[in-house]
Design a protein. Sequence first.
Length: 330
Amino acid sequence: MSTERLAAALAGERIIADADLSGVDLSGQDLSACRFRNVKLAGANLAGANLADADFEQADLSGANLSRVNAAGVSFARVNLGGAIAQAANFTTAYFAACDFTKTAFSQSRFVRADMHECSFAKTDFTRADLTRLTAMNTDFSSAIFAGATLRNVFFAGCVLTKQDLRTCDLTMAILNEANLAGVDLSGVALDRTSLMNAQLEGAKLAAVRGTYTAMIGAQFANADLQGASFVMCDASGAAFGAVRADTSQWTQSVLHSSRWPRASLKGARLIECDLSYADLSDADLSRADLSNANLHAVTQLNTRWDGTDLKTARRTDEALVRAEQWRAA
């Protein structure tokens, strides 16, 4: 497409279709509400352009410069953004469907309330990006980069984040239900109202994590490192903590009903006023642990070590209550 035809299209109905604009310089241009259909913009320069409410469908923006663009409310469907530079850009409330973000640089960009569906994120860079309230379900983020990213209120249900380093991320109120977080590093992170229900956290690094009102119901923590972690008023009912290292961890007024701790190390842990009813503590080591006012009703404690454990005010099994709980009508 010639420069004259492009200018005419932008001045008219603002619809550009079936055009090759590879390498074109549209930096700083007002492209708001434009519609791009089957347009090739590979290597194009759109730095600082206004793309607000624009619509891209089956477009090629690979290697394009989108730094500092205002792309609020933009719709991207089947768009190739592989290798594009989109740093410090505004993608607030943008919608992405079936897009390719392979090696796309989104550092310091904003994706507040954006939606991403069926997109690929191989080595996508979200360093220090603001992803507040971003929705991306069942997505593979395992090779993406999230250093210093804000993940407040993200909806990442069912996403794959295996072996990710999220130590510098803000996960306040993030929803990671049923996500695969195996081997993830969350050391020292504040999990404030974060939801990890039925998430896979096998082998995860959670040392010195600070959880407040964290939902971990049914989560899998086998072989995870929870040493020195602190949880206040959290719910880990039915969670699996097999062979975890949770020495000196602190659990205050938390629900651990029916949780499973076989071969777990809880030496010196504090489980103050926690509900451990029906928990499985088989082969667990609770030496020198403090279970003040904890509920140990109907726990399984086969070969459990209690050396020096403070159990003075712990509630033990109520046999009459067990019979009542197990009663079934004939």
